[in-house]
Structure formats: C-alpha cells, structure tokens
Design a protein around this ligand. Structure first.
Ligand code: LLP
Length: 429
C-alpha cells in the first residue's frame, strides 16, 4: 500500500483536486478505506483567522457551534485558536470540555435544556445560558439557587425575521420553537429583580442557517440593536450580545454566493455601533463545511428502467443533508477528466429512495471502484451520521500540510452494537 504523498506545496487547496492540504486523496482512501470524512486543518485555521481579523477592535468572541462538527480533533483546533463554543446539550458540553475548550468560553443554547444539563453546565462554570422560555428561566433560577451560584443569562430573541433559507433550518420566525418575542423578553428584564440567582444581562439571536443574504442578518441585528438601546435607556446593563451563527457557504460552485466575512463584520459593527459590551458569534458551518470532503467509492453503475444510478459506498448515513434538505453538494469523481460525460442519479446503498445524493448529475463517466469526492461535508456530515441499516460509523481523518491523522477510526461491528444486549434480565419496575 502506498503512503499518501506529502506534496511540496502544503497549500490546502492544491491546484489538483485529487489533493487536499498536501495529501493525495486516492492514496489516503487506500489507506483508510471508504467512505471516510476528510478535513483540512489548514483550511479550518484559515477560516478561524478570517473573522478574528474582520472583527478586530471589537470586544468579540467566537463561540464555535459544536453541532456542526464535534469531532474532538476539530474541537481541539478551535480550542488551540482560543475559540469558545456554543453548545446545545450535555453531550456537547462534555465533548467541548474534553477537547479543552474552557468552560468560561462556552455558551449554552437550546429550547429543551433539562435540570440535569443546567446543573452540569453550572457546575462546569459555563459563561452564559441563552434562555429560550420563561419556564427555562425559572428552572435556571431554581437550579442556580440550589447550588447558590449566580447564572449569567441572555434572552434569546425571536425577531420574526425570515432567514430566506430552507424551512427546516429557519429558526427566527414567530412560528418557530426558538426564542421569545421582544415583548416577552421585555417583561423578563422588567421583572428580573425577582431572579435572585440569575443575572439576566444579555441578548441572543440566531435566525437560521446557511444564509446567503445579508438582508435577514441585518434585519435581525437591527431588532436586537433597537431592543438593546431601549433596555439600556431603561437602565438595564447589557453585557453581552450574541449574534448567533448562520453564515452560508458555497455548496455549488458558480451558484452559491456566500456573504463575505468583512461585509458580515461590517453589518455587526454598524448595527451595534456604540455598544461597549461583549459581542459573541456562533458560527458553525462557515468554519468547517468547505474544509471537509467525503471520500466514497463507486460500488456499481445500475441502469434502471428509467434512470441511470451511480451507487456509492457512502449513504445518507454519512451525509443526510441531501435527503433531509434536498441540499446540493458538488461531487468530483477523481478520474481522468477526459472521460465522456454521463448523467446519473447518485445514490447510496441504504434501502430508501430518499438515500439520494443528487438527481440528474452530470460528471465524467464512472466505473466500479472509482473514487468520488463529495464536497462541502465538513459541517453537518459526520455530526449527523447514523448507523441505519447497521452501517458502522465511517472513519474521519484530519489532514495538515501533507500529513494525516485518523481522528475517528471506522467503527467495528462490535462497537456498533456495544450496549445492546439480548433480553435476558427481565425486571419489574
Ligand atoms: N447557534 C445556534 C443557536 C444554532 O442553533 C446554530 C445551528 C448555530 C449557532 C450554527 O449555525 P451555522 O453557523 O452552522 O449555520 N443540520 C443543518 C443545520 C442546522 C443548524 C442548526 N443550528 C444543515 O445541515 O444544514
């Protein structure tokens, strides 16, 4: 077996598509097997630096949305760069702490925080809770009082703004489960003195994901900024404004036109002009999506009665975005580009018609055994994986300037069923 070659040019985006972060992908696939998720550390570091530069001069902190990719090696890259994290579960709290992200850089979002999760987060010393309902606020007060600590909290505002993205990843319309209206939040601040163990001194907004227009972002920021000015005028100190995540990336070259990070930073500067507290950002996808590819091999070509299917060894179990959101991902067969073009429905082996990566996709003709790279899979790929159809979780690999490290080994069948057992020990409750 040949070792992946280290190329002289360590740039993560080699001119040759067969190479990522200085590593030859075909050699890597032979080594690690397919399907496998591959991430470029250099590309992620570049992404981390860009908003840090664009936000220069502001008291801004980036809290990486761990849900985008919570592999420990990815979280460690964030920790090394001094980033915090946005978490939505006790599991994410554990993963972030385990990866070395300091608790005081972690913010806790989500509509369904349980008493146990809140207790664990308080014990760990997280920076702040993004509170999404009056019930949660009361629970936070109770759990903090039991521990005799003061919990810092921000009200998550639902500004009723359409993020102009897929309905399943829109979060800022009044019909969505997230956040509370400005009217409700106003009541929280007015009656906040009754909260003996919660310091309610922040605002949070996150209206959706994969946003490719600045307009909804500006609209949401405007609402939050007006509300902050109103609260400040009423004598409330707002120490933190969290502008959420949601910046879109390019999944389809020549078609998706992401907002530039400088324009995004300018929109924040403009909306929050005069604000002297801390600004938090929670990007997930933008930091990791385009740094990742899914390597998969063609199992076979099947001529159906009506359509021609390219059957890959990756499936909705490794990348569910096309099945769930009809998402487009560019795909590149790592084959000789001079092959004639063919049009395929690109599918996985899972027993559902929904296990389809693309319909009518035109690409160089493929043969069994060819390697195909599915692009833009660094976010919400592995983190949304499942073992459906008893398919073990795929391997994940981090590349860094010509070297690679397996950061999740391919799950064995034993690992896949670990925890399951035959029903021997029947018990009465
Ligand atoms: N902050 C909060 C409170 C969130 O709910 C999310 C994402 C983020 C930040 C990060 O958003 P991002 O910068 O990654 O867009 N599975 C879907 C995306 C769901 C996003 C959920 N919340 C997908 O594959 O498109």
């Amino acid at each position: 077996m040949t070792a992946p070659t280290a190329h002289a040019d360590p740039a993560y985006a080699c001119a040759d598509e067969a190479c990522l972060d200085g590593v030859e992908l075909s050699a890597l696939a032979r080594r690690v097997g397919t399907p496998c998720h591959v991430y470029s550390a250099s590309a992620i570091r570049q992404r981390i630096e860009a908003p840090q530069k664009a936000l220069h001069g502001l008291d801004a902190r980036i809290c990486y949305a761990a849900k985008a990719n919570s592999n420990v090696a990815i979280l460690q890259l964030m920790a090394e760069a001094g980033l915090g994290a946005d978490i939505v579960s006790g599991g994410e709290l554990w993963c972030c702490l385990h990866a070395g992200i300091p608790a005081d850089r972690i913010v806790f979002s989500g509509v369904g925080k349980t008493a146990e999760e809140i207790a664990d987060a308080l014990d760990a010393g997280v920076a702040r809770f993004n509170v999404e309902s009056a019930d949660e606020l009361q629970l936070l007060q109770r759990v903090a009082a039991e521990r005799n600590v003061i919990a810092r909290a921000s009200a998550r505002i639902n500004p009723d703004v359409d993020a102009l993205t897929h309905a399943k990843i829109s979060t800022g319309k009044s019909e969505n489960k997230f956040g509370v209206s400005i009217d409700e939040a106003r009541d929280w601040f007015t009656n906040g003195t009754a909260l003996t163990h919660v310091q309610l001194d922040g605002l949070h907004v996150h209206i959706g994901s994969q946003m490719l227009s600045l307009d909804p972002i500006r609209a949401a920021l405007r609402r939050v900024s007006e509300f902050w000015r109103e609260l400040a005028a009423a004598g409330h100190t707002i120490r933190s404004i969290d502008v959420g995540g949601g910046l879109g990336v390019c999944y389809r070259a020549g078609h998706d036109h992401p907002v530039s990070i400088d324009d995004y930073a300018d929109a924040i500067r403009e909306a929050l002009a005069g604000y002297d507290g801390r600004i938090l950002l929670e990007p997930g996808r933008w930091l990791v999506a385009e740094a990742g590819v899914l390597l998969t091999r063609v199992i076979r070509i099947k001529r159906g009665q009506q359509r021609q299917f390219l059957i890959l060894d990756a499936a909705m179990t490794e990348l569910i975005r096309p099945s769930l959101y009809d998402a487009w991902h560019d795909m590149v067969p790592l084959v000789d580009k001079s092959r004639p073009l063919q049009t395929y429905d690109v599918v996985g082996p899972v027993c559902e018609t929904g296990d389809t990566f693309a319909r009518d996709r035109t690409m160089p003709e493929c043969k069994a055994g060819d390697l195909v790279m599915i692009k833009g899979t660094g976010a919400y790929g592995a983190s949304m994986a499942s073992t459906y159809n008893s398919r073990p979780l795929a391997a994940e690999v981090l590349l860094d300037q010509g070297r690679y490290a397996v950061v999740r080994r391919r799950q064995t069948l034993e690992e896949m069923v670990a925890g399951e057992q035959a029903a021997h020990d029947w018990e009465a409750t």
